[in-house]
Design a protein around this ligand. Sequence first.
Ligand code: URA
Length: 434
Amino acid sequence: MRAVDVIDKKRRGEELTPDELRFLVEGYVAGRVPDYQMSAFLMAVVWRGMTAEETFALTRLLAESGETLDLSAIPGIKVDKHSTGGVGDKATLVVLPLVASVGVPVIKMSGRGLGHTGGTIDKLESIPGFRTNLGVQELVEQVERIGIALGGQTADLAPADKKLYALRDVTATVESLPLIASSVMSKKLAGGADAIVLDVKVGDGAFMKSLADARRLARLMVHLGEAAGRRTVAVLSNMDQPLGSAIGNALEVAEAIRVLAGEGPFDLAEIALALAEEMTVLAGVAATREEARRKLRQSVADGRALETLRRWIAAQGGDPRVVDDPSRLPQAPVVKPCLPKKAGFVAKLPALAFGLAAMRLGAGRAAKDDTIDPSVGIVVHAKVGDRVQTHRPIFTVHARTEEDALRCIEELEAVVEISDDPVETPPVILARID
Ligand code: URA
């Protein structure tokens, strides 16, 4: 077999056999297939697509390229959660302790963020002392002890995907449904969970800009999970504006704490509850989504959700006092409010612009090795559809310097739109696919 013939076959739009895909992927990881041939292949996939069978074969190859976790030592049905990524998306920080508090065992490997704001690991590391470099054995033991653990992704999980993703990033080949679906699902399969809940973001601040594309991606990922024998459900949610109010690592932790106390913003609480509900049913802890919702709400109301968060933080070396006193989280030296230029109704609060502005403040990474400042970010005080007045801030910037704050305000004032006429509040959850 020659790589050039396999590339040519895909370029002509034909279906590849699992052996042909294996030849390319294994050859690439071993260094026999060079970057330039893999790049040509990826571009052919972007244009020609892949059948469901090809996509499944690719997913398995990526998943099996490294370690696959065996979580059978943990009793119960283990459910993983994955978000395709968005601005202000701190749902994992809410969902994990929430489901653990009703008896769903959770073990999760998360990544650091690149671009926009930080990833879950970055957010958790804003808690003084919180350790995320736990080995698999340590994670498993912690779940056995307290029902919840989260660690950084080990280098050994789907290493072929890591290498391919880096190549896709610099060859304009990220945006392909089969490539995105196989990349995401390979890591989920290697992570060893019995069931998977996917949060597929749709809109300005997400990979998928249209609902139709997001549906196709969600259907494909659900198919891949089910074909691998893992119950998989996808929830499609809005990412045209930031999720919740806070963007920036410590600010997002503080907001997640408020939601677990029953006080946070409606949209974040709604998506967290929807995802937690799915996980609780898949884990067999509730028979229906309605029953799950009742249990989860009860856990927030009686303080068990918050107590689970305290125990989780303490177990991973963090200071659990942040839960009752968020001022113990890193605080930015400059806090500057922005007043709207006119009164009216918020019509646009574009997620991507807010994410990039927060990144420039130091909340995210422009390059892989950039360091993050956990204290900086933006808090929005009004969402699309809300009425604003000129004497009340529409958002507040938390920055390292006065100059950074002013630049951020100027940048965002140019993209926020306020309408004279009432604007409808957009829905949070757009669809559910199982
Ligand atoms: N996230 C991933 O893990 N892979 C992709 O291809 C896109 C988003």
